[in-house]
Design a protein around this ligand. Structure first.
Ligand code: NAP
Length: 335
């Protein structure tokens, strides 16, 4: 069976996922797409045979569309996800699931009312081979009980439209999900520290930020978010346990020896760093949709848990204090 997919939002990652569904993974085809800029949508589906429709609602309700991919900007996600649930269609939503915990809560309620899980959230690190090795080793007890984790998320630069709250909502949201998944625990409290800002930023932006997370079980996590580091894109993660440590492997790069130096290149963006993870993520989602099973990837609860943590991080950014997330136990529906 070929899963017929409709895509909402054909900017950078929407176009990437259309290419991925069309050329890199098997079992699905894009049959419809939309964007606020319909010419952009037309460009993104060129050569695929997909139709360009005027709005997200048209894509979701289109009889040919069996599953929906939401890749519009964050504040528009919740509306599309809720509409897809109302149609009973599986929906893959890029992170964030919603930009507020309240909207994420509405999605949980809608899925519960529907009676089965339909939502997968685009936390693709769970499909990255390095993160998967870490999770397996931690789960097998290789490093003993995890006590701490140190995470780094650096981008070379960000555009002027990137604002201080996005450090949590758009950037650290990946680390938030990754540590919940790696440590198999929820985040109960957070605090944001703001070191001396880099001069190489737009004036309105707090950059870098240090985010301190406390897990329900007592482990502590620090996350450095530095989105104007200039030199490249770098993701780091090390978990420290009672009997050892485990560190995320770096993507191997060819070693250059020249002019008295031995060097390897630094990646410049997330597209190459996580290409294999994105492919694996989509293949798994398509296979499960084709089989008619609820997907086993990150679900709406994971999107909700991330949203309440990023809400708390934003509050701490302004207050400087420790903020409780108020997380409850994962409902059995999302076990
Ligand atoms: P982008 O280049 O700005 O693309 C978003 C596109 O959606 C734009 O063309 C935008 O049009 C369109 N759009 C916005 N609201 C819409 C709506 N209601 N209906 C139809 N189209 C709409 O952004 P992006 O970098 O692709 O990011 C998109 C999403 O993916 C974001 O949530 C982002 O956080 C996420 N993302 C995830 C990863 C990851 O690592 N998993 C990486 C990158 C991005 P206008 O520009 O005209 O508003």
């Amino acid at each position: 069976m070929t899963v017929k997919v409709g895509v909402i939002g054909t900017g950078w990652i929407g176009a990437e996922h259309i290419r991925r569904i069309t050329a890199s993974v098997g079992g699905a085809e894009v049959v419809a797409a939309t964007d606020i800029d319909v010419d952009r949508a037309a460009g993104a589906v060129e050569g695929t045979g997909a139709r360009v429709l005027p709005t997200g609602t048209d894509v979701i309700t289109d009889p040919e569309v069996e599953a929906v991919v939401v890749t519009s900007w964050g504040p528009a996600h919740a509306e599309s996800v809720l509409a897809a649930i109302a149609e009973g269609k599986p929906v893959f939503c890029e992170k964030p699931l919603a930009t507020t915990a309240e909207d994420a809560r509405r999605i949980l309620d809608a899925e519960a009312a529907h009676g089965s899980r339909l939502v997968q959230v685009g936390f693709m690190r769970r499909f990255d081979p390095g993160y998967r090795q870490m999770r397996e080793a931690i789960a097998e007890g290789t490093i003993g009980t995890p006590l701490m984790a140190h995470c780094v998320h650096r981008n070379p630069t960000v555009p002027e439209s990137y604002h201080s709250e996005m450090a949590a909502q758009d950037t650290a949201v990946h680390e938030v999900d990754a540590v919940r998944w790696l440590l198999d625990d929820e985040i109960s409290a957070v605090q944001v520290l703001t070191p001396r800002p880099t001069a190489r930023r737009f004036e309105h932006l707090r950059d870098p930020q240090i985010m301190l997370l406390e897990m329900t079980g007592g482990a502590r996590v620090d996350v450095e978010v530095f989105v104007n580091c200039q030199y490249g894109y770098e993701i780091g993660c090390e978990v420290v346990g009672e009997e050892g440590t485990i560190r995320l492997p770096e993507i191997p790069g060819a070693v250059v020896r020249s002019a008295g130096w031995r060097s390897t290149p630094v990646l410049q963006d997330w597209v190459k760093r996580f290409a294999a993870a994105f492919d694996a993520e989509f293949q798994a989602w398509i296979d499960e949709v084709a089989a008619g099973r609820p997907t086993t990837g990150p679900n709406a609860w994971d999107g909700y848990a991330a949203a309440i943590v990023t809400d708390a991080l934003v509050r701490s950014l302004y207050s400087g204090g420790v903020v409780e997330t108020g997380i409850k136990e994962r409902p059995a529906f999302y076990a």
